[in-house]
Design a protein around this ligand. Sequence first.
Ligand SMILES: [Zn+2]
Length: 155
Amino acid sequence: MPKPNLSLRSRNYRRRPCPHCGHSSYRDRRARRSLHDLGAPLTGRPRDIVVLYSQHYCTRCRKYFNANMADLAEPGSHYTRRGVDTAVRLVVEDGLPYRTAGWTLWRDHRVFVPYATIQNWVEAGGEKGGASRPHHSSRLGPGRLLGLHRGRRAV
Ligand SMILES: [Zn+2]
């Protein structure tokens, strides 16, 4: 498997408002996560995005939260949102079986996704226009989930 191209994204802030109460919360630490993105078929290399992000502590709620990176990926996902969107579209709009969608993603975008993962994404709510939304509800609504964690997460 060819080495992926890496690109960096920063979601690293000194202070962020708490998603629960709005309290301005200082950065507690920095962390990073890797996301598989759509690669370039011309070079044949996969593409990974490394997100450097800040974790904040709200002294009012006594909770940790991550800087918002919902534009890039769902919380806990190993794939970018546009990778998920593309996979879901292949199944929902183009009507491809999961295995064929997985194969197409590899052929056209150099991203490897197990077909069971694609199935999970589709079943999690791949209706037209929006990819998998998390099931848990949020006071901010599903479009503005902020990558919350219940506690401190070891990275
Ligand atoms: Zn708070």
